[in-house]
Design a protein around this ligand. Structure first.
Ligand SMILES: N[C@@H](CCC(=O)N[C@@H](CS)C(=O)NCC(=O)O)C(=O)O
Length: 238
């Protein structure tokens, strides 16, 4: 049995971390049997989650986890795709995970009202001094990372503008299609679904929610995948 080590679930989403949600989505697309457990990222081999344990084989990082599962269980979710489509899928995945992800971190952790929402979801079980200090320390660490990565060099409307470009590109790419590449799901939908819902399906206040109005096909896409693969997550908002 595969164990997915991850963060707590939040806001009706399968996970508070889009990377953990991506792995769970992939395993559901691939109809693999798994269980989930909470884990402390500091104990993980790459100090980040997701991490899987497949009968003693540990694999860290969603990219390597999907490659491992594909090879080990002959999942082949992308067999119907051309090399050109696979190339596009890789570019989409990278732009969501290496660019849009940071806009999401900014959104959840920097504006004070949003930080309070994040704190409530991720740290509500911490009691006493831990509940006071740990959320602020995590926030400080993430702010340092956002400065080093570059997101905090831009003002909020510049960041919203950059994130909106990625979302609107994705919206144009999806168009009327059911999944990213048509009628058949691919591994790239695991990433796209997780990063879209990480932005549009949480209670944080953001101009990026406007895509739901301006780019309604993203909400439709998110709901289609929820209905088909995560019907048990009926509290998700689109
Ligand atoms: N490239 C990694 C990124 C994973 C990642 O950034 N995970 C974050 C949560 S979204 C994490 O574990 N952060 C904990 C930390 O950095 O201390 C993947 O694809 O799995």
């Amino acid at each position: 049995m595969i164990t997915l080590y991850q963060f707590p679930r939040a806001w009706g989403l399968p996970n508070g971390s889009p990377f953990c949600q991506k792995v769970e989505a992939y395993m559901r697309f691939a109809k693999l049997e798994y269980q989930t457990k909470l884990y402390d990222p500091r104990k993980a081999p790459k100090s980040k989650l997701p991490l899987i344990d497949d009968n003693g084989t540990l694999v860290a990082d969603s990219f390597f986890i999907l490659e491992y599962l594909d090879k080990t269980y002959q999942v082949s979710l992308n067999e119907h795709l051309s090399s050109e489509q696979i190339a596009i899928g890789n570019f989409v995945e990278r732009s969501l995970e290496e660019h849009l992800y940071w806009k999401g971190i900014y959104l959840r952790w920097v504006p004070e009202e949003n930080f309070q929402i994040t704190k409530e979801a991720f740290f509500k079980n911490l009691k006493g001094w831990k509940g006071l200090i740990i959320p602020t320390l995590v926030r400080k660490t993430l702010i340092k990372r956002l400065q080093a990565q570059g997101t905090l060099k831009h003002n909020p409307s510049e960041n919203d503008h950059m994130a909106f470009k990625v979302l609107s590109s994705l919206s144009h790419f999806i168009g009327e299609k059911k999944y990213l590449f048509g009628e058949q799901i691919s591994s790239f939908d695991a990433s796209a679904w997780s990063f879209i819902t990480a932005l549009i399906s949480t209670p944080h206040s953001t101009k990026l929610k406007e895509p739901q109005k301006d780019l309604p096909n993203l909400g439709r896409y998110a709901k289609t995948i929820r209905d088909e693969f995560f019907p048990d997550y009926n509290e998700m908002q689109f």
